[in-house]
Write a protein that binds this ligand. Structure first.
Ligand code: HEC
Length: 148
């Protein structure tokens, strides 16, 4: 089945509206709000991953969906120089933006694999994706955050 030109135009318009509203969300935030939001999402990822291996079915799908949404949001939540006294981010992030966002994209791909495995009930693939997600966390923190 192929989409008509007009339905393709509608899909593009819808995608643009979603992209624009996601941007407006982060763009209208103060630095303090950006820091609080990205810290909360980081913490949430950690909490979910801690118990993720025992999850199955809809719970596993929900966990993967949340982590995927968080890693999709992170690039927009690290606006240049958005560092406050509460933030543990370092300015190296914006000096090495391509590397930083590549690391986030890698985690997004791992979250997509976790979600696909959760949906298809592929237990081994699911467990492997959870392990793959856990690996890059501390590597990135060592490079870009003042976290032990
Ligand atoms: C691409 C780099 C990167 C990756 C990958 C990454 N983090 Fe982070 N993380 C950061 C940065 C930068 C901060 C500091 C944010 C701030 O304080 O402004 C942070 C902060 C945190 C914090 C502290 C939040 C707080 O309240 O201070 C936790 C917990 C955390 N990350 C968990 C994780 C987990 C779990 C993963 C892996 C699933 C992960 N992070 C992957 C860059 C990353």
């Amino acid at each position: 089945m192929s989409l008509s030109r007009s339905s393709r135009a509608v899909l593009v318009a819808v995608a643009l509206v979603f992209t624009a509203s996601a941007w407006a969300g982060a763009a209208s935030m103060t630095d303090a709000q950006l820091v609080a939001t990205r810290q909360a999402k980081m913490k949430e990822d950690g909490a979910i991953l801690k118990g993720a291996k025992t999850l199955t079915g809809a719970d596993a799908v929900a966990a993967a969906t949340k982590i995927l949404a968080n890693f999709t949001a992170f690039p927009g939540l690290f606006r240049p120089s958005s560092i406050t006294p509460d933030s543990r981010a370092t300015t190296k992030i914006w000096e090495n933006w391509a590397d930083f966002t590549a690391r986030l994209a890698e985690e997004k791909a791992n979250a997509q694999a976790m979600l696909a495995a959760a949906k298809s009930g592929d237990k081994a693939g699911y467990l492997a994706a959870v392990d793959a997600l856990k690996q890059p966390c501390s590597n990135c923190h060592l490079a870009y955050a003042r976290i032990l």
